[in-house]
Design a protein around this ligand. Structure first.
Ligand SMILES: [Zn+2]
Length: 422
């Protein structure tokens, strides 16, 4: 059975546009499932590389690995895990980065340092290749895959705001920033930041999400990592609240979500200082945690893309975690989360665009992860069709999606809006 529906362009509530725009020329391994194919793609790039650094992203650690010795035999190379929460880099790659950022680069190989300094490392790479041309080109590409607006969850520095301004793109994003980045900004730039962003754990792909029950691999003792102790998190959030900005807290594992929710509860009277408080990802949230969170007025910003972690990471997550991942039906039907109000959706760029968003929302592996079309429109789309529309053709039996995108640029000519169709 085929059905057709027209929806507004996407409003992606979680991405890293400057970082991804810097990588429009980087190698994507997103669709690659075996090592030989990954090496083929990389070697192609090595041939064209003259004294630079080859950067790749989208490495899927559930499908293949390289030993350090294998990596050292390659030209300067850095490969990001699909989650961005781990990185393979060889000595040549580190030498390249050290020229610009100094000896602190040496610590990049330490996974705990890496997780604690993820933002710093992503900023290094963003700053290597970020430019006005790349950002403008990236936003044109986003239109082609149905995205009009996307939130910047990790402002790199004040210069990023200027780049967006120069590209005339301030109305297609809003900025979230780490507390130390925020404090380094001029008073004027601070007013342009919507909120502050914290990390409380890592990710599933890098086995650093903080879980109550251990990851299956290795000795079966790894429960991931919390970035803060309970008291550190309380005082960090408290400092954030002082700025009276909104707050977005990355928490993927149930142990990190537990820590986040109970810390916020403890700070209850002061939470009102923040216009909005969100938990980012919340993949392994339990019903009990969700009930506390909704009572505290906490929004959830989740990624339908990550519903596939239930099968992709069955090698490392126990069955109950796989079944409980991205429990949209529980959140909406049992706990009362309302799409578009306190439940919003985004991609984290893994990958961007309507195809993956629609596929994982409408045809997920588990019925508990299903999102209806009206829910999707409320949580993942612009409020109206003024910027354009996406025509979706859904084939329920084949589980396939076809789409056409119609983008409208509105040029202001006095009171009358003149429409130009791209
Ligand atoms: Zn992110």
């Amino acid at each position: 059975m085929e059905s057709t529906v027209t929806i507004p362009l996407l409003k992606d509530h979680h991405s890293h546009p400057l970082f991804y725009s810097a990588f429009t020329h980087a190698i994507s391994l997103n669709a690659v499932q075996d090592k030989r194919m990954a090496e083929d793609i990389l070697s192609h790039s090595f041939e064209n590389q003259t004294g630079g650094l080859t950067v790749a992203h989208g490495w899927r650690s559930n499908h293949y690995h390289w030993s350090q010795a294998e990596i050292e035999r390659m030209p300067p190379l850095a490969v990001f895990n699909v989650s961005l929460h781990s990185l393979i880099i060889n000595r040549g790659g580190m030498n390249f980065l050290r020229l610009k950022y100094g000896d602190v680069v040496n610590q990049i190989a330490d996974p705990i340092w890496y997780e604690n300094n993820l933002r710093v490392v992503l900023n290094w790479f963003a700053n290597l290749y970020a430019s006005r041309e790349n950002l403008s080109r990236f936003f044109v590409q986003l239109k082609d895959i149905g995205i009009h607006y996307l939130e910047e969850m990790l402002l790199v520095d004040e210069n990023e705001i200027r780049i967006f301004e120069d590209c005339n793109l301030l109305n297609r994003t809003r900025f979230w920033s780490a507390p130390d980045t925020f404090h380094s900004l001029s008073p004027e730039a601070k007013t342009q930041v919507h909120g502050l962003k914290l990390f409380t754990d890592g990710a599933i792909g890098s086995e650093s999400a903080a879980l109550h029950r251990p990851f299956l691999g290795g000795e079966g003792t790894n429960r991931g990592m919390l970035i803060y102790s309970d008291s550190e998190l309380a005082s960090t959030i408290d400092h954030c609240l002082e700025t009276e900005k909104s707050l977005a807290i990355h928490a993927i594992g149930d142990r990190a979500i537990e820590q986040t929710v109970s810390t916020l509860k403890q700070l209850t009277p002061r939470l009102a200082r923040a216009p909005e408080i969100r938990i980012e990802h919340a993949q392994l949230i339990t019903e009990e945690q969700a009930r506390v969170a909704i009572d505290l007025g906490i929004k959830l910003c989740m990624q339908p893309n990550f519903s596939s972690d239930s099968s992709n990471y069955a090698d490392r997550l126990d069955q109950a975690y796989c079944i409980g991942n991205n429990p949209f039906r529980m959140l909406i039907d049992k706990v009362g989360y309302t799409p578009g109000e306190n439940l919003i959706l985004g991609s984290d760029g893994m990958p961007h665009g309507i195809e993956s968003a629609a596929h994982h929302s409408f045809f997920p592996k588990l019925p508990s992860q299903q999102i209806s079309i009206p829910e999707f429109i409320a949580a993942y789309c612009l409020d109206d069709f003024s910027m354009g529309s996406i025509n979706l053709k859904l084939d329920e039996s084949m589980k396939t999606i076809k789409y056409d995108i119609l983008s409208i640029e509105r040029e202001s000519t006095g009171n009358k809006g003149e429409m130009r169709i791209d």
